[in-house]
Ligand binder design. Sequence first.
Ligand SMILES: *Cc1c(COP(=O)(O)O)cnc(C)c1O
Length: 354
Amino acid sequence: MSQFWTPLVQRLTPYIPGEQRSGENIVKLNTNENPYPPPRSVLAAISNVNGDALRRYPDPESKDLRASLAQYHGLKANQVMVGNGSDEILALAFMAFFSDDAGLQYPQISYSFYPVYCDLIGIQKKPIPLDANFEIELSSYAGDAGIAIPNPNAPTGIAIPLESVAKLCAKASDKVVLIDEAYIDFGAQSAIELIKNNPNLLVVQTFSKGRSLAGMRIGVAYGNEQLIEGLNRVKNSFNSYPLDVVAQAAAIASMADEASFQSSVSQVIATRTQTVTSLEQRGFKVLPSSANFVFASPVNVKSKAGAEDIFNFLSQQGVLVRYWNKSLLKDWLRISIGTNTEMDRFFSVLDSMT
Ligand SMILES: *Cc1c(COP(=O)(O)O)cnc(C)c1O
């Protein structure tokens, strides 16, 4: 606390990212990074960036990247905007479309950055509980409030079918529905195709998970032209160069290498299937995941250990997973899907727990 902090800053409870411990024997399954590096084509594009390009400011509109994203999804370039990670896009969208009076509805168990942005920007928080199966109850999203929902949800991994998202957009046609598709590459259906009929729908995606570029900070928003223009008004009142030259080059190369992208995502999905089976064999309850992580509870494990004990034991052995000491989550672990070798190490440490 400092006398120089404004009352707003004094009140903030900032987001806490997962631990970034590094070292030779660390298995990092706690921040949902892709376990595979980006393909060589992307690394080549990064190393081809030259001094002259770095000397200059980047293209403030990221025109080439937006053209490539628009073409990939069958949209127009003015229906696409990019930002410094989807976290930045979310913050800009919250500023552009949500207000204190109407507030924002979002799942009570969800991405914990949403309430943080609400507090920073001054948006009334209206969290909506999940149902008993940890599923999002879309019928509870009603009234004046804006809506932000991750699909698949985090940390549950459970996806919402496209028809349900379509119904929600139609029902909430007078306010913005933000669908945060950070994990969409791992099996759920994107809502991008609904944009043409739903001027209130904003779809947010990231290069951090499926495309293995968390370190580059590249996020994308797709929506009707007017929504994108609104986002750009905020962006250009805040930081007109959100994506640096290197990030733009990497993202363009990533979009051009569909085969490598598909192969990395398929490998993660295959490992996820095996991981679920192995966890269930050991007495874990695992929610159905469409993401690159699983949410699992040790309901019937041989050691009788609880989630927190398992988290601590794994952590001491250099295997990092995510645990929240909060009433609704305290019996659960969120485990990112690593390489097969990393998952073998995870299970061997788990099995050494008596
Ligand atoms: C990881 C994540 C993000 C943030 O992604 P960045 O593009 O790396 O900022 C946004 N939403 C959810 C639900 C996430 O899990």
